[in-house]
Structures are given as C-alpha cells and as structure tokens.
Design a protein around this ligand. Structure first.
Ligand code: HEM
Length: 552
C-alpha cells in the first residue's frame, strides 16, 4: 500500500476518537491514556502485520495529530456551543491552559483583566465561562439555580466512602446542611466563643513576650494561622493542636494544609485526572496525611466523649438525636477535616487581609482603634459579642477588606445540567457548561461598587447608597454582589461564626497592641503585601511582618 493510504485509517481513527470523547467524558486519565496508546499499536499491527518502531511511530503521530487538530478546530469553530462567548483563544482550546493559569496564582487578577476587555461573560475554557453580572448571582447560585460543577470532585478524599459538604449536591447537600445549620445556630456560636477566648488569651501572652523583645517584630500571619488552626481544632474535634502554646507548627500540618488546598485547586481544573493522580505513590502523601490527621482527631473525640461545651462534632454527629437517620462516622470525619482545613485557612486569610488594610491606612486604623476603645473601655469585656453592633467603622472595614480581598477569590463552578440550557446575563449557556462567578472581579466592578471600586474606602458601607459624590455621580453599593461568603443554599455555612470571630480577634488585638509595618520587611511582606496574594481557590500570600507595641 502507498504510505498515504496507510495513514487514512489513522486519520479516521483520530476523528472517531474525537466523536467518542465529545460524548463520553473521561473520569480518569489512565483509561483513556491506555486506549490512546493501544489503538495505534493495534492499528499498525492490523495494517503491517508486524510492529516495527518506525511504523508504530508514524501511525501514532498521525492518529494523535488528527485527534488534537480535530479537537482544537472544533473548539475554535463557529459550531461550538460556546462560540458566541468571547475569551482568550488559548482558554478556548484547552483546559491545560487553565491549569497553567491556576499554577501561577494569578487567576483572579487575570479574570478581571479579561472581563474588563470582553464584558460580563467570558469563555475561560473549552466548556467554561466566567460571569460577573449582578443578575447572574441569583440565577446561578440562588433558588432554582445550578448545582456544583465537576470542579469540586477532587475536593473530597476519593478513598473515603463519604464526600464533604463542599462536594455534595441536591438532597444530600440539604440534609447535611441542615445539620451544619444547627451547629452554627446562635446558641452553638456562643459555646464556640469560650474556645476562642482561651486561645486568644494564649495569643496575647505570646505577643506580650514578643512585644518585650528588643526587635518586637513578628510575622502576624503566622500567629493568626496558629490561632485559627487551634481554634478550629477545638471547635471541630473538641481539642486544638496547641500551636499557640508551642509557638510553632511542630507536625508541619499547616504546610500540609496549604499544599493540599493548592494542589486541589489546580487539579480541580482537570478533575478527571485526580483519580489517576491519587494512585501514584508519593503524590497522594498530602491526602494520606490529612486522612490520618482526621482519623486521629476523630478517634480522640470518640474516646473522650461529649464535652461540657458543645463542639461542632457534637452537632455534626447528631449527639442530641435530632435526625431520623444518623450521620455516619466517615461523613462527620470528612466535614471535621474540612472545617479545620478550609475554616482555619479562610479565617486566617480574612484576618490577614483585614490587618493589612488597617496597617496600610493608618488614619482609618487610628479611628477603628478609638472606636474599639470606646465600645470596650474595660478590656475584661472584650469577649462580649453583644456589643459588636456598636462597632460600625470596624465592621465597615471588615466588609471592605473582604470586598477587595475575598479569601475565595474566584471560587468553584456551577454546572448547567445535561439536556438543558440556561439564559444567563443575556447569553444562552449550553448544557454541561461550568460557570464561575469570581467574587474578586464582581466585587471590584464599578457597576456594583462606585466610585473607586479598587480603593479601600470603608465609609462606602456607612454612606447611604443613593448619595451623590462630589463629582455629581451617584454612589453605588450593590449588597447582592457581596460574594465573599458566596450566596444561596451552599453559601458559607459558618458566615456568622466567621464574622463574629474576626471582629472579636480584631478588638482583642487592637485593644492590647499597636501594630505597624515592620522596618525589616521587604515591600511584599509589608506595604505591598496585597500584591503577593495568589489565588489557589483560597488565597495564599507572603509573610506579613509587623512591629508591635503594647498599649498601656
Ligand atoms: C472569613 C472566613 C470565611 C470565608 C470568607 C468563607 C467563605 C466561604 C465561601 C466563599 C464558601 C463557598 C465556597 C464555594 O462555593 O466554593 C464557603 C463555604 C463553606 N464554608 Fe466558609 N468561609 C469562611 C470561614 C469558614 C469557617 C470558619 C468554616 C467552618 C467552621 C466554614 C465552613 C464552610 C462550609 C461548611 C462551607 C460549605 C457550605 C455548603 O456547601 O453548604 N467557613 N465559605
């Protein structure tokens, strides 16, 4: 046979594979990889009757080349269901480009640039769009909206029989959320405040020591992470990990958590690869450590039994018998680990951003300090959360720091079900499309926050939204687009807890110490720390170096 005739079957096989994969999405990498390697080998044998290296290579290159060209041409063609949505060309071609972007930590900032260029709806993957339209918040996240997309699949430990709440959908999610809501009732929150009070005293003692040292400088983000981690441990499992007392992360758990969140946030963009990834010895070390960590803590909690002060485990395990069908141990275990991992990280990111906003605006910081002093003249009453309502400026500052620096900047996806299409933000979004609503971009849009949407201006939360600015323009503050805690049935289950705890931590720290940027820090560790923030589902950043002075 002439060489060209030999190649025709390889070309046809390439097209056939594209047609197959278009309708049968892979749910791991190893099976398709096996068939992609095996098919040209078998085809070569059928054509040549033998397997020489050069003939296998020729058929493989033709087969893979046809398959890739066919996929790329289709994704860029006017026949693709998302052809009407503008976006960067490489994003339309392959999700691997999205992985590269996720690895850089620049996803949120890049999304903002793309929305500034293309408008409210941008195609950010072959089957993915990012939307920053205010109406889309309700239609995607609200009642009758969409369920979580496949992006979340790697968020649960695949070797366990249960998924964590972040990865549940429909009725299963509603059932688990009902239990969570009991664990986050006002009464439950009051109980957790006792845990926080103990941990905050430990933090104060450590900071006192540092303030007395000649340099009096520290990485406040490190101490905040010890505080939130210890507190989340107390809250989730009835015992903390004593990082504050030890003054260090003895077992390296914080590093493991950061690595786990980061790796998951990247894998989530090619979630079908996760099951294969987990099979590779060494690569699953992080998941193994987190599983062991969960197992040890759950084991300890079961052995020690319910505490006088009810922890979250008490509610999640339904120890007070509200549920007809009791939650299983693996269900509670995965949610316990999720609480420590995501809860402590989100809390510490929010606190760090808030601290940075204060330090980089000394005039506002001074006013917040004065407000805290006047609401809590007696430091002994600092744990009284009843007075939080009087802290108007502090609350506005916290709102504003969460607006500019949401701990979950671009978040996870919602997905249009198979066989349906949705009309969102003036566009038809076809079946199977993953939709992202990036809080970082939505919360910086001049359509939602005006004037100066990129500027830290806490007063915007205190002014009436209809007020007219000095240039005659109307002030805009669209509460519906404040997405730092997301929106709808799967919004942050611990929103009220987080809000309360951060205000309490801020009051305690500001009442006892004066903070300034450390002289020894680099700009990225002090004045320009915000530029070091990377978007890895949760935010990751540089150390935040501060100088502290004890207040009399
Ligand atoms: C300031 C701190 C926090 C912020 C800004 C925050 C933000 C968020 C956001 C944006 C989501 C939605 C994520 C998504 O859809 O992908 C979420 C979900 C969740 N958060 Fe938080 N969070 C914070 C603290 C916490 C804490 C301390 C806990 C645990 C005690 C917690 C527990 C949860 C849970 C369980 C969910 C899943 C809810 C569901 O799927 O029904 N969060 N959080």
């Amino acid at each position: 046979m002439a060489p060209t005739e030999l190649l025709v079957p390889a070309v046809l096989l390439g097209f056939a594979n594209h047609a197959y994969f278009k309708h049968h999405e892979a749910n791991n990498a190893h099976t398709p990889l096996f068939f992609l390697i095996a098919q040209p080998v078998v085809l070569t044998y059928l054509i040549y009757g033998s397997l020489s290296f050069s003939s296998v290579l020729l058929i493989t290159i033709t087969f893979i080349g046809t398959l890739s060209t066919s996929i790329i041409a289709y994704r860029l063609s006017p026949w693709h269901p998302l052809a009407h949505i503008p976006g960067p060309t490489l994003a339309k071609v392959s999700k691997w480009w999205g992985v590269k972007l996720a690895l850089s930590g620049n996803r949120a900032r890049f999304l903002k640039e793309q929305h500034d260029r293309y408008g409210d709806v941008v195609r950010m993957g072959p089957n993915e769009v990012s939307i920053v339209n205010a109406d889309a918040v309700r239609s995607v996240l609200g009642t009758g909206g969409l369920q979580k997309g496949s992006y979340y699949e790697p968020f649960s430990d695949m070797t366990l029989p249960s998924k964590s709440i972040i990865n549940l959908r429909g009725e299963m999610h509603d059932n688990r959320r009902r239990i969570w809501n009991r664990g986050m009732s006002s009464e439950s929150l009051r109980g957790y405040e006792d845990f926080l009070a103990i941990r905050l005293q430990q933090l104060l003692d450590r900071l006192d020591e540092i303030a007395k040292s000649p340099k009096a400088e520290l990485d406040i983000s490190e101490w905040i992470s010890y505080l939130t981690f210890d507190f989340m441990g107390d809250m989730a499992f009835g015992r903390g990990f004593n990082m504050l007392v030890d003054g260090c992360d003895k077992e390296g758990m914080w590093g493991i958590i950061r690595l786990g969140v980061k790796a998951t946030s990247i894998l989530a963009h090619v979630n079908w690869i996760a099951p294969t990834f987990n099979m590779i010895p060494g690569l699953n070390e992080v998941t193994d450590r987190l599983r062991r960590f969960g197992g040890q803590n759950a084991g300890h909690r079961i052995r020690s039994g319910p505490k006088e002060t009810r922890d979250l485990w008490y509610h999640l395990m339904d120890e007070d018998d509200h549920e007809k069908v009791k939650p299983t141990l693996p269900e509670v275990l995965v949610d316990g680990v999720f609480t420590v991992v995501a809860g402590s990280d989100a809390l510490s990111v929010a606190l760090n951003a808030f601290m940075w906003c204060m330090l980089s605006h000394p005039d506002i910081y001074a006013r917040v300090q004065a407000e805290v002093d006047s609401v809590y003249p007696d430091p002994q009453t600092l744990f009284d959360s009843e007075k939080h309502g009087e802290l108007k400026l502090l609350t506005a500052c916290f709102h504003e720091s969460l607006r500019l620096y949401p701990p979950v900047p671009s978040g996870g996806s919602r997905q249009v079900p198979i066989g349906e299409s949705r009309f969102i933000a003036g566009q038809v979004i076809p079946e199977h499309t993953q939709i992202f609503l990036p809080a970082y971009v939505i919360q910086r849009s001049p359509k939602h926050y005006f004037p100066a949407p990129d500027t830290f201006d806490p007063e915007r939360w205190l002014r009436a939204s209809s007020e007219t600015g000095s240039d005659g323009s109307k002030e805009i503050l669209n509460h519906n687009t404040f997405l730092a805690f997301s929106y709808g049935a799967a919004n942050c289950a611990a929103k009220h807890l987080a809000w309360r705890e951060i205000i309490m931590v801020a009051c305690v720290l500001f009442r006892h110490f004066k903070f300034e940027f450390a002289k020894s820090g680099t700009p990225l560790q002090t004045t320009r720390w915000n530029e070091s923030m990377g978007d890895y589902y949760l935010t990751e950043s540089e150390k935040l170096l501060v100088h502290i002075t004890k207040r009399e």
